[in-house]
Write a protein that binds this ligand. Structure first.
Ligand code: HEC
Length: 138
């Protein structure tokens, strides 16, 4: 056995382990994702309401994020949250768009931090489970 064939499986194992530890930590929707959505998305993506000045606020893009069923159903442009596929979920991809893109979310205030974006990505990759969260009524 030469050195290469001896080391190859070890290297493979090391890669496997480092990957596993990065993915092991299961993201909690309620403690890690919901606070981001509440603070940065709900304002424009919740059930229709009337604000202090009497103006009716409708969910933007007809997309509601304050209820799990509706988030999975998606907005007028479709395909907003696909469990297991962050790259096909605009809930995640819209946060990556450059500032000057009309679809960059959230459209005002600071962009999400890299940590927040990664959490959302991981949460979707892990199946986008909502735990016990029921959200607002439909
Ligand atoms: C200040 C208001 C505002 C906030 C805050 C906001 N959005 Fe939006 N969002 C919009 C508007 C307006 C549209 C519709 C844009 C269009 O169709 O041109 C939209 C559309 C979307 C869509 C596409 C829906 C569809 O299918 O048409 C997604 C996905 C989305 N937003 C995700 C998010 C996420 C995730 C956040 C939080 C990180 C967020 N938005 C925060 C205003 C907002």
């Amino acid at each position: 056995m030469n050195l290469k064939t001896t080391l190859a499986p070890l290297l493979g194992l090391a890669l496997l382990l480092s990957n596993a530890s990065a993915q092991d930590a299961k993201v909690s929707f309620e403690t890690q994702i919901l606070p981001i959505f509440k603070e940065r998305c709900f304002e424009c993506h919740q059930k229709e309401y009337t604000d202090d000045t009497g103006r009716v606020k409708k969910p933007k893009g007809k997309f509601r994020m304050d209820n799990p069923t509706l988030m999975l159903k998606g907005g007028s442009e479709g395909g907003d949250l696909t469990p297991g596929k962050p790259e096909e979920s605009t809930v995640y991809t819209s946060t990556l768009l450059p500032d000057d893109d009309d679809m960059a979310m959230p459209p005002k205030g600071d962009r999400l931090t890299d940590e927040q974006k990664n959490l959302i990505k991981q949460w979707i990759a892990q199946g986008a489970e909502f735990g016990a969260w029921k959200g607002a009524e439909e």
